[in-house]
Design a protein around this ligand. Structure first.
Ligand code: FAD
Length: 468
């Protein structure tokens, strides 16, 4: 008989892991502190939509769920960069439409995963918040909203309960997990560009009146991730299938502009009128959204240890919450889930060994994506519109064309392949050095010695494994 597993948290990662383990014959019990979103409605409260990339799709494919999600996902071909004067410019992410990312609704994805977990045989109890763990007897104490406490004799304990993990806190009471949280010093606020059909008619910008009359759904290009880069801060917008966009304003916590001086909806409107004028006209409820939505905190969580002998292990944001600028937190968590399910299925009786091996394999990768996500914030908010960056990007693209399977732009390795994050990071460093040196002091790519450059590429970068 396969081992009994108790998962804390039925968010994206917990629900996928529950599905994968139940499909592999484990007896899976999940506890989730929220109500069942399929009955109560999804009360996400943060990041209404997410970018799903190859690693995330892979997790869904392994669970047999990609076909269910595909119709709910909106393709994003590249970054649509919005200048201060309202001009736009699409920077493609990949070579063609086989290299794109997908915007999915967090609630819809979570509900597909919950259904799948139950169909596979997992049991999910909602309104059960892990409060504490009695480690001597492996008993979980869980609180319901009615104030009652329930106890549960746990199997192998798996913490998928997010950045503020209660299981992590309980583990930390008996071993030193080497926990460190580095705040980014920037936060975020979610706003909305409504679908054209939902726009208050008297506020519809004149340029969109005809589009609305034609029955079009989206106020701006649907198949792009929109960015308004402004140096130390920025806005982004991701499309939702029904025609709206979730807009996220990222600002420093201090300085100007920052969440210290942009305090109210009317402050935010004035900032938008000055710095994001084309977006401002498309967000009729900006003041109410700004005042009503919480300001999200951002930072990176590092743990030296992810498991407590063979009793408990952490994955997803509970083990390695990262900043969202590479759109990889959930994608990384899905990779964790596939790896842990495979390892456990292979050696269900050796949980201590499996948990140690899982952490050994995944931690270098989570450290690498944490670093790349931090770097990507600077790139998105400050570099996508500068000429040196565009020159390096063009050279990057040309080298990828000349050396297929050997030179792959770092963004593409992270987003369109399953090359280990740590390897993508290391190869990205080599590529960045070659790019910087080749383009140094140039304003165009004319006159670069292609043969010398090709020889250097072949010497520095072995071919990528074809299975990745
Ligand atoms: P969570 O999604 O946090 O789920 C944890 C679950 O555990 C929740 O359901 C919670 O209710 C439950 N829980 C918590 N405490 C308890 C308890 N004590 N007892 C029982 N249950 C509990 N990632 C991407 O891949 N692409 C993106 O584009 C992207 N964009 C993002 C944008 C923003 C603004 C943010 C903040 C994050 C973004 N992410 C993105 C990251 C992504 O949201 C997370 O990596 C992902 O949600 C992690 O999933 P998880 O299941 O580990 O944790």
């Amino acid at each position: 008989m396969k081992a009994k597993v108790t998962i804390v948290g039925a968010g994206l990662v917990g629900a996928l892991l529950a599905t994968l383990l139940a499909q592999r014959g484990f007896a899976v019990q999940v506890f989730e502190r929220r109500q069942d979103p399929r009955r109560a409605g999804f009360l996400g409260g943060r990041s209404i939509n997410l970018a799903l990339a190859e690693r995330g799709w892979h997790g869904l494919r392994v669970a047999g769920l990609a076909a269910r999600m595909q119709p709910l996902a909106v393709m994003m071909r590249g970054r649509m960069v919005h200048d201060l004067d309202g001009r736009t410019n699409l920077q493609r992410y990949g070579r063609d439409d086989s290299e794109v990312i997908w915007s999915v609704n967090r609630g819809a994805l979570n509900m597909v995963l919950l259904d799948a977990a139950e169909e596979a045989g997992a049991r999910i109890d909602f309104d059960r918040r892990l409060d504490r763990v009695d480690w001597d007897t492996s008993t979980l104490h869980l609180a319901g909203e009615d104030g009652c406490t329930h106890t549960h004799a746990a199997g192998l304990m798996i913490g998928a309960d997010g950045a503020g993990s209660a299981l992590r806190a309980a583990m930390g009471q008996i071993i030193d997990l080497g926990e460190r949280f580095e705040p980014l010093g920037h936060g975020y606020k979610e706003l909305e560009i409504p679908a054209l059909s939902a726009f208050p008619q008297d506020e519809l910008p004149p340029a969109l009146v005809e589009a609305a009359a034609r029955g079009e759904r989206f106020a701006i290009e649907a198949n792009a991730l929109h960015i308004w880069p402004r140096g130390n801060y920025m806005c982004i917008a991701l499309p939702n299938a029904e025609g709206s966009f979730t807009v996220t304003l990222f600002l420093p916590n201090e300085g100007s502009p920052s969440f210290t001086d942009i305090r109210t909806g009317s402050d935010a409107r004035a900032l938008f009128a000055r710095d994001f004028a084309d977006a401002s006209a498309l967000i009729p409820d900006l003041e109410a959204d700004f005042d009503g939505n919480p300001t999200g905190l951002l930072g990176t969580l590092y743990l030296e240890r992810w498991h407590l002998d063979g009793r408990a292990v952490l994955l997803g944001d509970a083990a390695h919450a990262i900043v969202p600028f590479h759109g990889q937190g959930m994608n990384a968590g899905f990779e964790d889930a596939v790896e842990l399910a495979d390892l456990l299925a292979a050696e269900p009786e050796r949980s201590e060994h499996v948990f140690a091996e899982f952490a050994r394999r995944r931690k270098p990768n989570s450290d690498a994506i944490a670093a790349m996500a931090l770097e990507n914030y600077v790139e998105m908010r400050d570099r996508v519109d500068d000429s040196d960056y565009l020159l390096l990007r063009e050279l990057d693209r040309r080298l990828a064309e000349r050396h297929p399977g050997r030179w792959v732009p770092r963004y593409a390795m992270v987003t369109f392949t399953r090359v280990a994050y740590a390897e993508a990071f290391a190869r990205g460093e080599i590529q960045a050095t070659i790019l910087r040196e080749a383009a140094s002091g140039r304003s165009s790519l004319d006159g670069i010695d292609a043969d010398t450059l090709d020889a250097r590429v072949r010497k520095s970068l072995p071919p990528l494994p074809t299975s990745a």
